[in-house]
Structures are given as structure tokens and as C-alpha cells.
Design a protein. Sequence first.
Length: 201
Amino acid sequence: MAGLDSIKQKIIDDAQTRADVIIAEAEAEADAIVQKAMEEAGKNREKRLAYARAEAVKARERVIGSAKMEAKKILLAEKQKLMDQCFEKAKQEIINMPLSDYEELMVELIVASSEEGDEEIIFNTRDSGRISLLRFLVRVNSKLKADGVKAPRMLISEDNINASGGFLLKKGDIVVNNTIEALLAAKREQLEVELAAILFQ
């Protein structure tokens, strides 16, 4: 967690530094506009001074406002990048779990997603090569039966999908996407709000 905090602080500090530079440059530009306006006004001081000041203030506000908006965009982009890294880290932690823990997670997801216990499980290529599929199928059907499915007939497809983890659950034309990518994407909006509250409070 300390490593994540360090990375987070560096990203925010770098973004804030760039934002401060943009605002400082904008303020310097705005001050130059004011000075030039005052010099111009001096040629006909009484008549033009008020107008020049008003225009200079407007110009200054426009320049600084634009700079602050750009600074906000930089900060938001860096925060989004940090959240992307957090979600990628979460994905990597799931797919690199100890195999026994990962299999247990997949069993729970399959049972939670199954309607009648007679769907077809389509694994990703990686899992198909590292999971004992027959043993896994026995675990799934046993879990379904324990949860009240009278005669579970879950099958494992010979086909594979291209995903880093998880599976598809298929019955006829109905397909439930339980790949890790799909599960994280489905939760991302909610998780982003919660994660932002933690990271950027």
C-alpha cells in the first residue's frame, strides 16, 4: 500500500507542478496585458484609463481562467491514469491468485451465475491449460447440488475464449460473460466513485 501511496503522490505532485507552471505563466501574461494597457491609456489618460483598466481585467480573467481549466484537465487526466493502474493491479491480483483460491472464486461465480445447473462453461485458454477440468467440473456440480439444484449437468466446452481470466457461461443463445475484464468493467463506475473518494479525499 505504501508503494501505491508513493506512486499516487508522485503523480499528483507532478500534475500539480505542471498546473502551477501553467497558471504562473498565465498570470505573467495577464500582468503584461495590464501593463501594456496602462501604457496605452497614458497617452490619453483621463479619457481612456477606465476603459483600459476594464479591458485589462477582462483579459486577465480570460487568460487565468483558461489556464486554470487546463490545469484541471491535467489533474483529472493524472487521476484517471492512477485509477486505471489500480484496476489493472486488481485484475493482475485476481489472475495471479494461488490456483486453489482462483478455482474457488471461479466455482462461486459459476454457481452464482447458473440458472438451472445445465449450462456450458467456456474457459479462457490460460485456465484451460492449468486447471484440472474434470476435477473442477465435479466441484461445480457438487456445489450446485448442495445449493439445491436437483440434478446439475454442467459441462465444460472444448472451445476457449481470449481473456486473461474468467469464463463464459452459455445455454443455447444466452451467454453470461464472467471474464475478469467484463466483471471489472461492470463494476467500474461504482468502484471509480468509491476509489476516487479513497485516493483523492
